[in-house]
Design a protein around this ligand. Sequence first.
Ligand code: G6P
Length: 767
Amino acid sequence: MSREGVPLSTSSSVQDRPGEHELVVVANRLPVDSRTLPDGATEWVTSPGGLVTAMESVMRTIDSGAWVGWAGAPGEAPEPFDADGMSLYPVRLDQEDIERYYEGYSNATLWPLYHDVIVAPEFHRGWWDSYLTANRRFAAAAAPVAAPGGTIWVHDYQLQLVPRMIRDRRSDVRIGFFNHIPFPPVELFSQLPKRNSILRGLLGADLVGFQRESDSLNFLAAVRKLLGHHVDGMTISVPGIGAAPMREVQVQTFPISIDSSAVSALTEDPEIRERAAQLRRDLGDPEKIVLGADRLDYTKGIRHRLKAWGELLDDGSIDPHDTVIIQIATPSRERVESYRQLRDEVELTVGRINGEHAPLGRPAVSYQHHSFDRREMTALFMAADVVLVTALRDGMNLVAKEYVASRPDLHGVLVLSEFAGAADELRAAVLVNPHDIDELKAAILRSLAMPPEEQEEAMRSLRHQVMEHDVQFWAHQFLENLTASGSPEQEAAPVIRLTGDAPSDPVELDATLRDFTAVPRLLIASDFDGVLAPIVSDRDAVQPDHAALTALRRLSDLPGVAVALVSGRALADLDSHTEMPSSVVLVGSHGAEVGALPPWMQAEVLDKSALSMTPEAEEQLAAITTTLRRIARAHPGTEVETKPTAAVLHTRNAKGRGGINATESALEYATTLPEVTVTPGKEVVEFAVVHTSKGAAIDALSRASAADAWLYLGDDITDESVFAQLGSDDVGVKVGSGDTAAQLRIPDTEAARDLLRRLLELRAEQS
Ligand code: G6P
């Protein structure tokens, strides 16, 4: 079944085959970025940001870990490769994906919206389409990589649709999601077009984790208010779509951290110590060094910090001969307009401050617009007497924790914004509201003047927190809770008995048919299109193989033999193309419509089976049809088809974005109908009130005919539901190529005709 054009999926899904990795991390970026050197060679460098800082060290400790993500450059993805004991699976992002999915929807819509709308989020409908497509690509890359029953851990705001998409492909894995950035209050989140699709995407996970308690509570409030799901404490009950049962999703707070002991150990390295001393000398041996280290991002409060610093220099509270500030601003998202503006403003401000205050030959603000490696950062932290973290909103802020881990000497002061997630844990820092410039200035002065004993006392408490709660502890907590939550269907992916296209050995085939026809009571059934008639593009012009139909007709006259034709076509359609006698049972609409039965069959088996319409089902179908028609009226060009047991919304002829919007509305409606089988296809969504399949039809027919064994011929994916339930005496015959659960393969409709004739011959011999 095709899923193109449909954002979310439902219970009926095509499952990927499992891979080999017990833990698969999916994030927008791989831990390394590829860079092309002037000579054309590829260089790999550590990717920016807190997510990679944290997860990289966790993955190094995991056996059989995989990381799925973008390699940081446009165009074809490099082949999967191994690095640092983990397997990396690069995902392709083209220039247009980068502009719309990454720079657009992720970083100009979601990022500002989730960070308290510090800058105005931009909403563009085309960006959403790219976000959807890119998320689908990450899900498709990640799903086949996990081992059976393994764990897939999806990270951050760029991939919020991925948990649901993976669930659809791999019902056997546990899925976790962790949001590294804040989750906004529902009043802000509600601005987001497609907000419900985002929530539903996240709810594909078994466990959704956030940095702060307030983020978790914001998410729960959004789910309750916008989706109307039942929330009990931190547990959400998610109604199943279609035949899927109700699921529980856990929400929990896990403040992320760093590899604290590794950072702390670096401070023992003689080279790094010497580098720290050297840095101080290079800056002209100032009395105090103050450090700010951030990605150049408007959430980090760099402008507020520089404003406070500039004023302190202006009013003479700080002497630039004694005190220097280093501001590291790692380049980030440089093509996004708000980041360009920020860079201009920051650099203008730095230039002004230096112009007015820098002593000859030395900066007042040492501004560094590039990134530094881990060792250099440690040296900087060791040299810094005060570190300023003045974020206006930040999921966690790992710079704060890295500074603390770099100070086993218990010297130094951390000034920390109360709007950074780290403020919940690092209570001994000098906490500030960065919007209050006077308060910020006072905090800076207090920190510069803090006596060593006071510094030690605060740093001891901060270190206790950071060293005890490192990133390994965080990952362990998350994965332990993920294991305890959810209930992945342990049901293995369908058995594949044959692959490729080689027909079965004729001798084996004949022997199997001979054994089969020796069984007393038989059911012989076949699919129609592709088995009894070659596939044609115009379905009405189908030309059945008359010899094959004749063989079936004759078989149905033999004692102890029941014969059925099973098709996705509507019953009336199948009837008019085959003109079978009443001794042959016709089953249409993939099992949902069953024609008249021969008198000797036990009709009550079928009446009691899932194949029949009850008065309640009739009523439900009428209600669904009314609602779908209302949706169709609101989206010109879409239409509703009614079938005996289903209603179908067709969006192929919709105008503009009407098709996507109508599908969205239909899927939203589907969440209120737990007993209905909702199947999205290509520009179509089918709501069936009778949950059935060709497999269920064969099961019911074989019981109604009291058959001891059955034989089924099929060519299509929908026939696999029959082959999946083969018993030891049953025979499944796949017509044509492709993976199948059938145990025999024949090449085409001609071979199907020969097989049916041979069956007739063998059974006639028996009678
Ligand atoms: C933050 C985000 C990450 C992101 C990183 C770097 O830490 O939470 O998801 O990867 O910033 O940003 P970039 O856009 O360069 O990946």
